[in-house]
Design a protein around this ligand. Structure first.
Ligand code: C2E
Ligand code: MG
Ligand code: MG
Ligand code: MG
Length: 288
């Protein structure tokens, strides 16, 4: 009997599963190597205020830069990093780099807004999260009100009372809080009003759905709920001018997406900010 079980167990690890396990292990090793060699970079995606058409802030998005200069998107390594716990170290690197870069843009008079940094569930539940953030803000000399943190429904619904506690501590420091990918997870409306949030980010899937009347009604409803709770609304993944028009009609506050800008490297964002500054300068009228 034991022998047949053993045989079954052997069969269980078929070829494709083996390949998957190998791939996962390779990725884990690559991440460890990347952390040691500083291969993680932060890109910044500008967000636009719909009413003013001006820059509303930026979202920090992690990238893995290979030695040959290739860029690996987080979709391929974040899930593994979440599993192995490496996301905690990656998250700290991202937070430090983003705060440092933003401090630089502020000092150059190029930036006045907030940088939004994504927090993974594991990072958010770290018992020393607030202390870690305090330390990074102190080291980088970035005032806390320039920082925003993005968390998902899944993260806060794991243990709502504890999440509320952590969120209150972060808010007490002047840090803004946004709920990311809203509508894709499960969070109850009863909790939504108890979470001390500043912003709701409506997931791209809902913005894509605005082609239909039902889809537009859905976004309208989310917008109403958010505004009734005094939350500002960011629409994610806005690509088309028609989407911007519809969102403007629905009184959406901020858009983020390729329509305005794709995520930019630190160097590219510096240029973007310089152009913004030029454009918003009032023209001097000669009186002579
Ligand atoms: P997210 O936080 O919802 O970030 C928005 C994603 O949408 C980004 O993908 C961005 O590049 C993409 N995006 C923005 N505008 C458009 C658009 O108009 N069209 C399309 N098709 N896509 C658009 P990205 O950078 O690949 O990041 C994917 C996800 O990985 C993020 O989703 C976030 O959940 C996670 N992530 C990224 N950076 C970090 C990080 O530093 N820490 C953690 N924990 N997660 C991160
Ligand atoms: Mg985000
Ligand atoms: Mg998002
Ligand atoms: Mg999203």
């Amino acid at each position: 009997h034991a022998k047949s079980q053993g045989a079954n167990r052997y069969l269980f690890f078929n070829d494709s599963m083996n390949k998957q396990a190998v791939k996962r292990l390779q990725l884990e090793n690559l991440i460890r190597h990347g952390l040691k060699e500083d291969y993680f970079a932060v890109y910044y995606q500008p967000k636009m205020n719909i009413v003013s058409g001006q820059l509303a802030g930026v979202e920090a998005l992690v990238r893995f830069i290979t030695p040959k200069g290739g860029v690996i998107s987080p979709a391929s390594f974040i899930p593994v990093a979440e599993e192995t716990g490496q996301i905690i170290e990656i998250g700290e690197v991202v937070l430090r780099k983003a705060c440092q870069a933003v401090k630089g843009w502020i000092d150059q008079g190029l930036f006045h807004g907030r940088v939004a940094v994504n927090l993974s569930s594991r990072q958010f539940s770290l018992p020393f999260l607030c202390e870690q953030i305090d330390e990074i803000l102190q080291q980088t000399e970035l005032p806390s009100y320039h920082l925003e943190l993005e968390i998902t429904e899944g993260t806060v619904m794991q243990s709502p009372p504890q999440a509320i506690d952590t969120m209150k501590k972060l808010r007490a420091r002047g840090i803004h809080l946004a709920m990311d990918d809203f509508g894709t997870g499960y969070s109850s409306l009863a909790y939504l009003k108890q979470f001390p949030l500043n912003t709701l980010k409506i997931d791209k899937a809902f913005i894509d759905d605005m082609k239909s009347a039902r889809g537009r009604n859905m976004v309208d409803t989310i917008m109403t709920i958010a505004h009734n709770l005094s939350l500002s609304v960011v629409a994610e993944g806005v690509e088309q001018p028609e989407q911007l028009q519809q969102l403007s009609k629905l009184r959406c506050d901020v858009i983020q997406g390729y329509y305005y800008s794709k995520p930019l490297s630190a160097q590219e964002l510096t240029q973007f900010l310089q152009q913004q500054k030029q454009r918003s300068k009032p023209t001097l009228v000669s009186l002579t």
